[in-house]
Design a protein around this ligand. Structure first.
Ligand code: G16
Ligand code: MG
Length: 221
């Protein structure tokens, strides 16, 4: 019954979430805004310019910059982020992910990347995982998470019906997006954070992700 598994990237496939945090923290610090890991939770899965807006509001500087200046700040963050990505190697793939992708490939279930990140192709290449994915959703011009569009587009690309899809996410916004898309939502991380956003099941780490377990949990056997 399962037709496609839609993977978030940052925080599910690999720990780029920590690089996003480092890069935002650095940029925000430079303009006098402090961000901690609690606040960072609210940035996960959120598109770049939208994340910047949230940071500026958090620092009560939402009126301070022109559109061009904001684009400059976002560029600065992305440059720092991309330079941190140079550290990525296949060993940085989260435990269990490659095995799950191999299982999906064997069973001919499409694996799709449903990430808000414009850097997704670069990251998959660094991890040498490209060949496992049916496709990558291009998030340009698509309403961001928590809107369901990125996940719906992913299902459509794979020719799958949302009710026969499983979405895997580490962010509150992403879990909301999966549920609104009408899919089964698997959270990775803290269930006290992800359950209230609507996660159907939460695993503390990707190690627990096996096809068998997912099928049983989603009643798709
Ligand atoms: C990711 C991150 C967000 C980031 C967004 C855009 O989403 O979780 O923190 O702001 O992508 O990334 P970029 O600036 O590289 O385009 P996801 O959906 O993979 O978790
Ligand atoms: Mg994520």
């Amino acid at each position: 019954k399962l037709q496609a598994v839609l993977f978030d990237l940052d925080g599910v496939i690999t720990d780029t979430a920590k690089y996003h945090f480092t890069a935002w923290k650095q940029m925000a610090g430079r303009i006098g805004i402090e961000i901690d890991s609690d606040f960072n939770e609210s940035l996960k899965g959120i598109e770049r310019m939208q994340s910047l807006e949230r940071i500026l509001i958090h620092g009560q500087q939402e009126q301070k910059y022109s559109q061009a200046e904001k684009e400059g700040l976002a560029q600065e963050k992305n440059d720092e982020y991309v330079s941190l990505l140079a550290n990525l190697t296949p060993e940085d793939t989260y435990p269990g992910i490659k095995e799950l992708l191999q299982e999906l490939q064997e069973k001919k279930v499409a694996a799709v990347i449903a990430s808000a990140s414009k850097n997704a192709p670069l990251i998959l290449e660094a991890l040498q995982l490209n060949t496992y994915f049916h496709s990558i959703v291009d998030p340009s011009g698509v309403p961001g998470k928590p809107k369901p569009d990125i996940f719906l587009k992913g299902a459509e690309q794979a020719g799958a019906k949302p009710s026969f899809c499983i979405g895997i996410e580490d962010s509150q916004a992403g879990i909301e997006a999966i549920k609104t898309a009408g899919m089964y939502a698997v959270g990775i991380g803290d269930d006290r954070i992800l359950k209230p956003s609507g996660a159907d099941i939460v695993y503390p780490s990707t190690e627990e992700l096996t096809l068998q377990r997912l099928l049983a949990a989603a009643h798709m056997i």
